[in-house]
Design a protein around this ligand. Structure first.
Ligand SMILES: [Zn+2]
Length: 201
């Protein structure tokens, strides 16, 4: 009953937002109760007092991976006692290497290469982790904008249920009044009707 799906209606059918009264084409609809109302997209973001989004499992997976990557990244940069700054520094030195003439003979080059091999895994891992992490963050941002289903907060849900009860009661009342009106002599009806009294001062 508290599960509402976000939908859009045609521009011609736009209506006043429940919260801010601005015209919007976004509606929340509850399939179970049939209740629905207009509501700007804006109020559905970071507004748990109103409604909590049901993110896809892909979103939760991405969050878990991002958290994991953040941990690994932090650990990698710590072990790398040198840290990010010196990572950039080493990147600069390694970029200079190709400029050194390669005529010093094979042994020197080999030495260079082993040095590279020692350093590279750490460097690549750190950079790769960072890239992976950022790509997960991008996925999260995209998926975050797409939940189509929300759980209405308790307060909101109660308000919606009460409103429906009131509407139903009023409709029933109108129906009864109409029936009474058509069955009764107008003169009698006038006598039976309680006109509002003048408010006391
Ligand atoms: Zn609004």
């Amino acid at each position: 009953m508290d599960k509402y799906t976000k939908r859009k209606v045609a521009a011609a059918d736009a209506g006043a937002c429940l919260i801010c009264d601005r015209r919007t084409v976004v509606v929340l609809h509850c399939a179970a109760s049939g209740d629905w109302f207009f509501c700007c997209d804006l109020h559905l973001q970071d507004n748990p007092q109103f409604a909590r989004p049901n993110y896809s499992s892909a979103y939760h997976d991405a969050c878990r991976r991002a958290a994991e990557l953040a941990d690994r990244l932090a650990a990698a940069e710590k072990t790398n006692s040198t840290g990010w700054d010196s990572w950039l520094g080493r990147l600069a030195t390694s970029k200079k290497k190709p400029a050194v003439p390669a005529k010093d003979g094979a042994p020197a080059q080999d030495q260079d290469k082993t040095e590279d091999k020692d350093e590279k895994p750490a460097k690549v891992t750190s950079a790769d982790l960072r890239r992976e992490y950022e790509s997960e963050l991008a996925t999260i941002a995209t998926l975050r904008n797409k939940p189509t289903s929300y759980n209405l907060s308790g307060v909101m849900l109660t308000a919606r249920v009460e409103r429906r009860k009131r509407l139903a009661a009023r409709a029933e009342q109108l129906r009864e009044e109409e029936k009474a009106y058509s069955n009764t002599d107008p003169q009698q009806l006038l006598q039976r009707y309680h006109f509002p009294e003048l408010p006391k001062r």
